[in-house]
Design a protein around this ligand. Sequence first.
Ligand code: FAD
Length: 430
Amino acid sequence: MSEFDAIVVGAGPAGASAAIRLASSKKNVLLVEKSDPPGSKNVSGGVLWGNGLSAIIPDWEKTAPIERFVDTKSVAFLTQDSKIAIDFSSKKLEQKKTGYTVLRTKFDQWLAKKAKEAGAMVINGVTVEKLHMEGGRATGVEQEGDVITADTVILCEGANPRVAIASGIHDRLSDHDVAIGVKEVISLPESTINERFNLKSGAGFACEYVLGYLKNGTEAGGFLYTNKDSISVGIVVNMAHLRENGETHSYDLIQEFLDHPYIAPLIAGGKMQEYSAHLVQEGGIRSMPKVFGNGYMIAGDSAGFSFSNGLVLQGMNYAIDSGVVAADAFIKAQEKGDYSEKSLSVYQDMLDSSYLMRDMKTFRGIEEVTWSPFVHKQVPAMLESLMMSLFMEEGKPKKHITSNLMDAMSKNGMLRTSSLLETYRMIRRM
Ligand SMILES: Cc1cc2nc3c(=O)[nH]c(=O)nc-3n(C[C@H](O)[C@H](O)[C@H](O)COP(=O)(O)OP(=O)(O)OC[C@H]3O[C@@H](n4cnc5c(N)ncnc54)[C@H](O)[C@@H]3O)c2cc1C
């Protein structure tokens, strides 16, 4: 007889959500988290697209430590001298709030507390080493020779799935499939943030940047999100690209971003209160492991549920929803008293019919778009040329917009067949 119905490893959004669902359904669940308190080492940009939370905490917007709701969403291309942005503000975003900025140190603690309140046993400061296997089936978890048993283990250990790798159920990560995110939280008075970003109290700004100006040709994305009285700002760079580049360090990249003439004034006078770095899963469906087996399931980043198409970076929402789906799959398996691979394959079936796997399929190969010289070099340079020709008045005859566009594309080598093909592929993948 097992000590627990289920053990959940990792109290990030995936694990805490799985534990809440299981405990709310009167299951005997243990949530094990290596950091103390939960969330103290977790990193997100972070905009939470939190629809899925209402499935486990119906009034979550009232009690969750939310910083601001996003009512202005931007995407911007930066060159050395320019910023070309699409800025979207809408009353509709204000009425139908879906994106909220959060700080993970506060958010993850709150979510873990909800798991405890629902009845889960939560242990902090314990690092699980591997699954405990008996007769080819996971029957619990191990740490320094100690074993805790359960009918099923749900692994939610995040982007660096060491337990799954050590247990032989996940391949080692390839550089191509992960990026490194480096982030600073910079404190500023609430009134200064409202003024600088033209925000009403409670409303927030979120922007993703293509950094087309970095030294050594480095391809990186940037992000800047407003919290109540701080700003989360950082960069994301693909690991393979960073390693190939050889000479560039992630801490130099974030500094180059913070020093940009259109970023520096936004954070001027602020005090850095947090500096962190974390892996980001980017391999998408191609790098997903088998997410179920005899006595175990894998959810959240550990299962590869995360993606960026350059417009948004998503992962917390997928983590929450896949955690809940894994919990529901366990409940179904328990009804049959069968925790075999065949029985737990219901998890994959449920994922397949959810938006999670559909998103993964829709955006298959998106990393080829987000990490291409075309997006990081040619597009920003072309947009800058186009804007200059449209907005510079030099007392010379003007051209039609299409001629300006053709000139800008030609100047940046975008009329070559290869570039046209790349544009077509990019649009199809996005
Ligand atoms: C720089 C950056 C910016 C991002 N921006 C956004 C954003 O704006 N919006 C968004 O939705 N997503 C964003 N993401 C992605 C998002 O952070 C992840 O998708 C999400 O955190 C995944 O949740 P998770 O629960 O699967 O894993 P995690 O949040 O990583 O949680 C895993 C937990 O497991 C614990 N753990 C790990 N190993 C063990 C072990 N052996 N034993 C016990 N505990 C263990 C960890 O301490 C951690 O608490 C960003 C990520 C980064 C790095």
